[in-house]
Ligand binder design. Structure first.
Ligand code: SF4
Ligand code: SF4
Length: 633
């Protein structure tokens, strides 16, 4: 094949690539000097992601359209690159290649049109709209390419219809004019150059940033918060410059698809928080800061706290839905917590409703302010051993503040004791020596207090040589299992539903008595999305005699939050609909006798929610451990 590109064209191509590379280098400079712990990348992960497209295909229509655009882009570009080398190809393979190229182009055109229409029809504000111009350029590239081919076929009268089906069909409507053909070729060529040169400055920079973010995808526990050391002055994010390079790379990788927003309970319930907008605003502030360094005047809104409101950062329940649904692994949640950290540790701006709870944690080590002396009152006269008095305890039963103090959750703690005794498990509790795990403090941005509580608990684990921990609370589970290792404590931790299902499987306990007919499981965010424990609660319910297990409309990784996480349990919900009411309505509409929860927060929030619905028949809200205790009698 002979190259059709002139020397001048080569210069233009070089210029487009130079602009693109310089632009990408400029983007890189937004975050390259920021700190983060060592993160290793994996190109195999990027390759699998792009080939399978599985994250994007979670939305079948958009995913299929994206796949068509992606492969429709990759194949012709590969052929164009190969065509620059002089080699000859015999007739039939050349025609087959032409057919493949055209099929890819048709798929890409269909995908682009679909995505283009979807974006312009979007009711959202600036986010989706900013993608329209680069997509319009893509449409020009595709349409001019097909018209150029049609015109070539019309003029030369050569070529096979099957090898260029669309070009052949269009050739009947295009003028037999070399000028028209040249015009289309030049439009196509310049549109391609414009597209290449504009990549760093438009939404299309996701072509570089998203694969890079996939390359550096966070490993380890899901939705982990950034590790900081307040004692050396790391107190969260005041400006975009306080985020790590990985956090800023994520803001570049965002494609404004809105999946995070569509699944965010705060946004759905009418609060001002949108994870998509949070990401966008952080990126804008990083850009503004970079402009300031280049002596370009910027608007005075250079601080996050002037751009992102208090209402936004305190509305987050840390439910992780945004993280779960983002197709390119962008996390808004850790950035929200980093901003909370600065508000609390840097400015003392903790919302006033949460102040009594934080003060109680500081003074008494529990969220209720009852104090250590009363921490084991729930177990009084129940023959519950303190772990210090148990020889070779198999497991530490970590009760948590809710289990120790909340009237409703205390019943669940006693139910757990009943099960442990029925299964003849050698267990103990820390009793007066247990402190809050620190989750509410950490999610509300009080990292110093969290670390203080965590270190005291870790000392107790060491003192009693704890080998395994069992907990009722998914928040405690996540903190002890996934966050204490950062502080040097890596003891195996299991949730009560995992532990009990194992007892059932090993015939250590038998569920003999019916409890309710129709039961569904409400997946707690910190048990499901955070720790991927979905099956044990369901298996337990199935093991109860006579149970017909049903599913809520939003379940497993799509489950809707109860509204109590992220410290929201202690904050007022002044805007929009209460999150627990939305979930309670969904439960009430599901024709259930009982809803099984696995989290003390969910139990309280959903119980409040269903009772305020003023319906004649409402399902009973019960912890799954209570259900098991009733079934063994
Ligand atoms: S963690 Fe949940 S509440 Fe917070 S921004 Fe994400 S989806 Fe919204
Ligand atoms: S953060 Fe992820 S889910 Fe949200 S808009 Fe950006 S790419 Fe989409």
């Amino acid at each position: 094949m002979k190259s059709l590109i002139t020397s001048f064209d080569t210069l233009l191509i070089a210029a487009a690539f130079i602009i693109m590379i310089m632009g990408l280098f400029g983007r890189w400079s937004l975050w390259r000097e920021k700190k983060d712990k060592n993160i290793s990348g994996d190109w195999g992960r990027v390759k699998n992601y792009l080939v399978k497209h599985s994250e994007i295909l979670k939305r079948p229509n958009v995913g299929a359209a994206h796949m068509a655009v992606f492969w429709g882009f990759v194949l012709p570009v590969t052929v164009i690159i190969l065509a620059q080398f002089s080699f000859s190809m015999p007739g039939v393979p050349a025609l087959m290649l032409s057919f493949l190229q055209e099929a890819a182009g048709i798929a890409m055109l269909a995908g682009t049109v679909y995505l283009f229409i979807r974006r312009i029809q979007s009711q959202e504000s600036e986010g989706p709209k900013r993608t329209v111009i680069p997509m319009f350029i893509m449409l020009i590239i595709l349409v001019s390419g097909f018209l150029a081919e049609a015109s070539r076929l019309r003029i030369t009268g050569t070529g096979s219809a099957w090898a260029s089906p669309l070009g052949w069909m269009l050739s009947f409507g295009t003028p037999s004019s070399p000028l028209f053909m040249q015009l289309m070729i030049r439009v196509h060529f310049f549109a391609v150059l414009l597209f290449i040169a504009s990549i760093p400055f438009t939404f299309m920079r996701h072509l570089a940033a998203s694969p890079l973010n996939i390359f550096y995808k966070k490993q380890g526990p899901k939705a982990a918060l950034r590790e900081i050391q307040p004692e050396i002055g790391e107190i969260g994010a005041k400006t975009a410059g306080d985020f790590s390079w990985k956090q800023l790379l994520e803001t570049e990788a965002c494609v404004s698809c809105g999946r995070c927003e569509e699944n965010c309970p705060a946004a759905i319930s009418g609060k001002s928080l949108s994870p998509r907008k949070i990401i966008r605003k952080i990126l804008e502030q990083a850009e503004a800061a970079a402009c300031q360094e280049c002596f370009i005047s910027i608007s005075p809104k250079s601080l996050l706290e002037e751009t992102i409101s208090q209402d936004e950062i305190w509305a987050c329940t840390t439910c992780m839905a945004c993280v779960e649904h983002c197709p390119v692994f962008v996390e808004a949640m850790d950035k929200i917590v980093d901003m909370r950290r600065y508000q609390v540790m840097g400015r003392g701006n903790l919302p006033y409703e949460a102040r009594p709870m934080i003060r109680d944690l500081e003074l008494y080590g529990d969220v209720q302010g009852k104090g250590s002396a009363h921490r084991a009152d729930w177990a009084m006269n129940r023959d519950v051993p303190a772990v210090g008095n148990v020889k070779d305890a198999e497991v530490l039963f970590w009760v948590g503040c809710s289990g120790a103090f909340h009237p409703r959750n205390k019943e669940t703690a006693l139910a757990m004791v009943k099960i442990l005794k029925a299964a003849d498990i050698n267990f103990g509790i820390l009793a007066q020596e247990e402190l809050c795990c620190g989750d509410p403090a950490r999610r509300l941005g009080e990292e110093t207090l969290y670390q203080k509580l965590a270190k005291q608990n870790i000392d107790k684990f060491k003192k009693y040589n704890i080998k395994k921990i069992l907990t009722l609370c998914p928040h405690c589970l996540n903190t002890l299992k996934n966050e204490y290792p950062e502080l040097g404590c890596s003891i195996p931790v299991v949730h009560a539903t995992e532990f009990v299902m194992d007892l059932i499987t090993r015939n250590k306990i038998k569920l003999k008595y019916p409890v309710a007919d129709k039961i569904a499981v409400h997946d707690a965010c910190y048990l499901g999305r955070y720790n991927e424990v979905y099956q044990p609660p369901r298996d337990i319910c199935r093991a109860v005699p006579g149970v017909q297990l049903k599913e809520l409309k939003r379940n497993r990784e799509n489950a809707f939050c109860c509204g109590g996480g992220g410290g929201r349990m202690w904050l007022h919900e002044n805007t929009g609909t209460n999150i627990n009411l939305i979930r309670a309505r969904e439960i009430a509409e599901s024709d259930l006798d009982m809803i099984g929860t696995s989290c003390p927060y969910c139990l309280v929030m959903l119980d409040d929610g269903v009772k305020s619905l003023e319906k004649e028949k409402i399902p009973v809200v019960a912890d799954i451990i209570d259900i098991v205790a009733d079934a063994i009698k």
